[in-house]
Design a protein around this ligand. Structure first.
Ligand SMILES: [Zn+2]
Length: 176
């Protein structure tokens, strides 16, 4: 830990915010194997048809993947938000996706533009083609967010209001 950083990190003036910033920078610069950018990013642990995700952290590869599609991250700040999110999963392995989302939102408010631009520079320009291989131990997938596979296919008669309407959960994370 004696190795000094070449440049001083940008600060916000808030020590707790800067502590989080340093943690994220440290993990992204030397705590993970790599950051990759990929179009049509899907989690191979999802069952087909796999839904695209904005980002994911693959613990077995120790790599963060960001979706390269403009629709996912219309501006660079959105990419930085996802980067913070996935770094958060690495730093806080016991935290649930919801907590990491809250952390991401808070830090995006608290980090200065200079801090965000610093994180932006850590995102590679080039995209990769290959999907991340399936990880058996991404916590959120183990947590059972997915529906159990039911043997009987559901038949939905049209024009009939279901009496016990179970609304489709629309809170699926688009970041893993
Ligand atoms: Zn998450």
């Amino acid at each position: 830990m004696s190795k000094k950083r070449k440049h001083k990190l940008p600060t916000s003036g808030d020590r707790l915010v800067d502590w989080h910033f340093r943690q994220i920078v440290d993990v992204l610069e030397k705590g993970i194997y790599a950051i990759r950018k990929k179009k049509r990013l899907v989690s191979m642990d999802d069952k087909p048809p796999r839904k695209a995700v904005s980002g994911l952290y693959a613990p077995d590869l120790d790599m963060i993947f960001l979706n390269a599609a403009k629709s996912r991250h219309p501006n660079w700040q959105d990419s930085v938000a996802t980067l913070i999110h996935e770094a958060g999963h690495k730093i806080h392995p016991l935290a649930k996706h919801r907590s990491i989302e809250a952390l991401e939102r808070t830090l995006m408010i608290k980090f200065t533009d200079e801090q965000k631009r610093y994180l932006r520079k850590l995102i590679p320009q080039r995209e990769v083609k290959k999907d991340p291989p399936p990880a058996k131990d991404i916590p959120e997938i183990k947590e059972g967010k997915k529906e159990p596979v039911s043997a009987a296919p559901e038949t939905k008669p049209e024009n009939q209001a279901p009496e016990t309407a179970t609304p489709e959960p629309n809170n699926e994370p688009n970041k893993l």
